[in-house]
Design a protein around this ligand. Structure first.
Ligand code: SF4
Length: 831
């Protein structure tokens, strides 16, 4: 259908639209018109994927299936536009994923691990390998798929159209070109790009892949409820003893290589030295060769590239000695047998006192290493992985020595005017509290997600953060450090209650149930959790998914259930599958779970919140007729990293520990239960089994579309009452149903026009009211003309005009006092 949002024509590829989709579009338009950012929450399966012509769209999704789904939707939309006669000549849409998913090389593509595929590919495609291989064919191995790309005109490697990942692979096979590099080189020419969050948020990758994207692009982070954690991970590094040993071996190898090259071709090192005097830009001019991402660097400001590299690490052998000293220092730090937590500043001071290593050369470490790797023309780059990590750590710790003062002003600012940095170093000598053999880990932890996010907000004018479970909405702007134009959570319109959320607070024996630490292993609680599972597996057809707060808790409960005979009881009704931390095992369990759901045997899947299943797997229709959340999935609060983060949130954003922990637990609980409903034709039960869910402060943190359906009587149930309600629900939902939900949860074009007519009417009435009270003048009473005034009028107020009424306002606030949003007045001109 074709309809208009103000003056913007919208081609929607379906005959009907969900009311929430319409509201979502209107808010998106508002955001884009204002060139601002927004946070929008809408249930999954209600169609959040969108595309706006004229501005490039960068759509970030989390998993490969989600990328494929978005591309398929885009394909459908563009086919519809073509059918409707819209002209989208030269349009290209494509998705990008890792080499592991796209590689066609017969040997490299067989590797299982992404890291190894990347390293092997870099060996075959680095600029020095290519130069040598082309000059002396056969001297080094090259990838023919990569070489073939040179026979195509740059910027025209892919014909126009929408390219799913499979399409590009097929195209690559036909033409003999590498799909991965085809997409990478075409990114700047694409109108829509769909890839994972990391390509924008991880500075190591963003610098290589997304550097050239135009500022006008619209950036969308879909399923963004975990975006803060992605940001933190992208700037955090863990170092271990074996890594330091491996780095030390790499340093030795580097010095051997340097000796060798001194004997064979000393001019190379001299050339490099000369270029480093000019600055990193000169030394790394290979960066301009777009495929040459020999080693990725964490942070590299433009000023830094232009700076000359510090003298003491300019010479290759000096740099290697420098690295050696640094690695040795880190090794001695690892010998400490008590926990240490320190700021980057104190770490650098200690480092300087012991080794005389200064901050400045440390900052250049990662880039200097990259330059050396190029000069020495190293291959087997995966062997240098640990050293690269240490170099990244050195660069990060030296770059983020001091934190920036946030715009809002943090709660505590140090005497030198700087806020405490958003980083902390934590050395944990033992893996667990009770371990006796040391196995130290040095965590370099980023505490402030805004650090990874701010370059995105600075570079792009419109960033849209959206998910089905992103409540409470005001939390994200705070922790990510931005001011949105629109924050909105949409309710779900349903003609019948397609899902039933229930809070079970006690068992049939009236014992309160909870996963609170003190009572979680109480046999009465465990037994009551078990009886919920037994009763639900009897009552619910096909698939049932149960989530636990952690693997550890799940294991202990399952063991106890086994002893109590609960599992045997469940088995009578359904098969039982369990998620494990091993991805391959879990995917086999999932396959069999689906088989059992399809063949009528029915199955229960036991999984954990924050696990793979809770984040990326949909349990639509018969694959999930009920989800049970056993307990509240709070994080393990004894973790030092979490404690540091909570402290940071309290000091910087005035967010209380309990508020953040509850927010985090509830977003994960919502993610888990949200798995059951993947569209409006789906139905299912959502069971929150913990008495704490009954509390208003917990429920307020659930998404609006779930919370609106938790009625008071359903928020404090015992197991038998819940089972009774479930049976009633299943019986009523199984009745024949008139699927035409038109007018209520589905709108036709007429419904949209009716809605727009009503909106206009309301606006007119409000303006007329304003005229009545004398705040605005009607035209026939000598009001201003219909022409917009440019100078704001004699009194310096502003003027807005409308078909029927002209308005002259003294003050914008007067609109507000009437409950009118001034920005919504058509054709308004602000003085
Ligand atoms: S260039 Fe492409 S095909 Fe060749 S190894 Fe790399 S990813 Fe594989």
């Amino acid at each position: 259908m074709l309809f208009y949002l103000d003056d913007l024509p919208v081609l929607f590829p379906y005959d009907r639209i969900y009311p929430e989709q319409y509201a979502y579009m209107a808010d998106l338009k508002r955001t884009l018109d204002a060139n601002g950012h927004c946070v929008l929450e809408m249930p999954s399966g209600t169609g959040k994927t969108f595309y706006g012509r004229n501005r490039k769209l960068i759509y970030c999704s989390r998993t490969v299936p989600e990328i494929e789904k978005a591309l398929a939707e885009l394909k459908r939309l563009m086919a519809y536009r073509e059918e409707m006669g819209a002209r989208d000549e030269g349009f290209r849409g494509m998705g990008l994923t890792s080499r592991r998913n796209l590689c066609l090389h017969p040997d490299v593509s067989r590797e299982k691990k992404g890291k190894i595929v990347d390293a092997r590919c870099r060996d075959l495609t680095s600029s020095f390998a290519c130069e040598k291989g082309r000059a002396e064919p056969g001297s080094v191995e090259l990838c023919s798929f990569h070489e073939e790309l040179n026979n195509y005109e740059a910027g025209n490697l892919l014909p126009t159209g929408i390219w799913t990942l499979e399409d590009v692979k097929r195209y690559g096979r036909d033409k003999g070109v590498c799909p991965y590099f085809t997409i990478r080189r075409m990114l700047t020419h694409a109108d829509v790009i769909i890839y994972s969050f990391h390509y924008l948020l991880d500075p190591k990758i963003a610098d290589q892949v997304s550097k050239e994207m135009s500022k006008e692009s619209i950036v969308v982070f879909d399923e963004a409820h975990n975006i803060d954690n992605v940001c933190l991970e992208s700037l955090s590094i863990d170092l271990t003893r074996p890594m330091l040993d491996s780095a030390a071996r790499s340093v030795t190898k580097l010095s051997e290589k340097i000796e060798e090259i001194k004997r064979t071709d000393a001019s190379k090192l001299q050339d490099e030295y000369a270029k480093l005097v000019e600055g990193l830009q000169e030394a790394n001019n290979a960066r301009e060769r777009e495929d040459d991402d020999v080693m990725a660097n964490p942070v590299l400001s433009d000023d830094m590239i232009k700076e000359a590299v510090p003298g003491n690490i300019r010479k290759a052998e000096h740099f290697v000695a420098f690295l050696k000293r640094f690695v040795e220092y880190m090794k001695t730090r690892m010998r400490v047998l008590h926990v240490v937590a320190e700021t980057p500043q104190s770490f650098l001071q200690h480092l300087k006192d012991i080794t005389y290593i200064e901050r400045r050369p440390l900052r250049f470490c990662a880039e200097r290493l990259t330059s050396l790797v190029r000069t020495l023309e190293l291959t087997n780059l995966d062997e240098y992985h640990a050293l690269q990590k240490i170099a990244s750590f050195a660069t990060l710790v030296a770059t983020y020595e001091k934190g920036k003062v946030s715009e809002q002003g943090p709660a505590s600012v140090a005497a030198d005017g700087y806020a405490p940095t958003g980083f902390l170093l934590i050395l944990e000598p033992y893996e667990t509290e009770h371990a006796t053999v040391p196995n130290p880990i040095f965590h370099f932890v980023c505490l402030d997600p805004a650090l990874a996010m701010s370059p995105v907000f600075e570079r792009f004018s419109s960033v849209i953060i959206t998910s089905g479970t992103i409540s409470p909405l005001d939390m994200y702007p705070k922790i990510l450090g931005f001011t949105p134009v629109v924050i909105e959570s949409y309710p779900m319109t349903l003609t019948r209650n397609a899902f039933l959320p229930m809070v079970i607070t006690r068992g049939s024996d009236q014992v309160a149930i909870s996963s609170r630490f003190e009572v979680r292993n109480d046999p009465a609680v465990v037994r009551n959790f078990g009886s919920i599972l037994i009763e639900m597996s009897k009552a619910v057809p096909d698939g049932l998914v149960a989530f636990f707060p952690s693997y550890l808790y799940m294991e202990s409960i399952v063991a106890a259930w086994n002893d109590m005979g609960i599992l045997n009881e469940v088995w009578k009704h359904k098969l039982i599958f369990v998620e494990t931390p091993d991805a391959a095992e879990t995917s086999i369990a999932l396959d069999n779970y689906r088989k059992a759901c399809n063949n009528g045997r029915g199955a229960v899947l036991l999984s954990v919140a924050r696990g793979k299943v809770s984040e990326g797997i949909d349990f639509d229709h018969n694959y999930g007729r009920a989800v049970i959340m056993f307990g509240i999935p709070y994080q393990y609060t004894e973790s030092r990293i979490l404690k540091a983060r909570l402290e940071f949130l309290r000091d910087h954003h005035r967010i209380k520990e309990t508020d953040y922990l509850t927010f985090d637990a509830m977003r994960h609980a919502a993610q888990c239960v949200g798995r059951v409903l993947r569209g409006k034709t789906d139905w299912g039960l959502m069971v929150f089994a913990d008495k704490r869910f009954a509390r208003a402060d917990k429920r307020a943190k659930l998404p609006r579309w779930i919370n609106q359906y938790i009625t008071e009587p359903h928020s404090n149930l015992s197991t038998d009452m819940a089972i009774h309600l479930s049976k009633l629900f299943i019986r009523s939902i199984s009745q024949p149903f008139d699927h035409s939900q038109t007018g209520i949860s589905l709108w036709t074009l007429e419904d949209i026009e009716e809605r727009q007519r009503r909106e206009k009417e309301q606006m007119d009435n409000e303006l007329a009211d304003a005229a009545e009270v004398g705040l605005i003048k009607k035209k026939d009473e000598g009001g201003a003309s219909l022409q917009p005034i440019k100078d704001g009028g004699a009194d310096g107020g502003f003027l807005a005009y409308d078909d029927d009424v002209d308005i002259m306002m003294e003050d914008e606030d007067e609109f507000a006092s009437l409950g009118i949003d001034a920005s919504e007045l058509e054709g308004m001109e602000l003085a």
